[in-house]
Design a protein around this ligand. Structure first.
Ligand SMILES: Nc1ncnc2c1ncn2[C@@H]1O[C@H](COP(=O)(O)OP(=O)(O)OP(=O)(O)O)[C@@H](O)[C@H]1O
Ligand SMILES: [Mg+2]
Length: 254
């Protein structure tokens, strides 16, 4: 393999940076460079989304494969509360202390990575987690050549089918009974559809089924999904029945 000289490396980093936007602080920028070297990234493109707490950027490696970088960049008072709430009673984060906003973002990115991993390893269709570095999470890119797949809410009417509904329900079932997690923010805004299959995304807030709010969160997720498909003329199962069946399976007798 050809050795990359210092000068050349610097030039490469500059190329990489050109396309990244200006909301990125110095430390995040350095982390972008670190993760880019680790993952062999050639180029990072403009953000495909700017949510409340994070932005998602497509990036391509020198081998031509695509990854999605989710960069957590602000810590609002609201996100701080949410992070603390969801971190609480999650045994995987017991003892974790956030002393600064930056630390909080790191914990949150790590939590999303951990949730993705737990889901992916248990057969839930989510983007494959690749790496996490402080506030940056790298995962499989869902889409084609840097163009993301549509979200469930963006689908044309004729692609909202009973099969797709069944596929989403199957993912929820695996999530609860195998990964033992509840998504907690599931709706048509956090499901992507690629090649006829659904991908569950945005799993940072997912909690173990033992969480004190697990039942309420699962019920809400199920109702959101039912409501969406029902409003598009799909025959859906009663969310309460589905809930009791799932709960019976994971927590018999309670
Ligand atoms: N792995 C991925 N591949 C392709 N696109 C993705 C991927 N993950 C997320 N996206 C896109 O980025 C958007 C934001 O992702 P996500 O929902 O995880 O972040 P968020 O911070 O919750 O943003 P929002 O507040 O807008 O929901 C998604 O709606 C989706 O369009
Ligand atoms: Mg989202």
């Amino acid at each position: 393999m050809k050795k990359v000289g210092k000068e050349e490396k610097r030039r490469k980093d500059e190329d990489l940076f050109k396309v990244v936007d200006s909301t990125i602080d110095t430390r995040t920028y350095l982390n972008i460079i670190k993760i880019s070297r680790r993952l062999n990234l050639k180029k990072i493109f403009g953000a495909i989304s700017s949510g409340k707490e994070a932005k998602v950027y497509p990036a391509v490696t020198y081998d031509g494969s695509w990854v999605a970088l989710k960069i957590y960049y602000v810590s609002t008072a609201q996100s701080k509360r949410a992070i603390e709430k969801y971190m609480f009673s999650d045994p995987r984060f017991e003892g974790a202390k956030a002393t600064s906003s930056r630390k909080l973002l790191t914990l949150w990115a790590r939590k999303e990575y951990g949730n993705l991993e737990q889901m992916y390893n248990n057969g839930v269709r989510v983007p494959r987690p690749i790496a996490v570095l402080e506030n940056i999470l790298a995962m499989e890119f869902i889409g084609e050549e840097g163009t993301r797949a549509p979200m469930l809410y963006e689908l044309p009417e004729d692609e909202i089918t009973a099969d797709l509904y069944a596929d989403v329900m199957l993912q929820i079932e695996s999530m609860v009974t195998r990964a033992k997690l509840i998504h907690g923010d599931l709706s048509e805004y956090n499901v992507m559809v690629y090649q006829g299959k659904c991908y569950i995304i945005d799993v940072g807030q997912a909690v173990p089924i033992t969480h004190e709010n697990a039942e309420e969160l699962l019920m809400r997720d199920l109702k959101n999904v039912s409501r969406f498909f029902e409003s598009h003329g799909i025959e859906v199962r009663d969310p309460e029945r589905v809930f009791y069946e799932l709960w019976e399976e994971v927590k018999p007798g309670t």
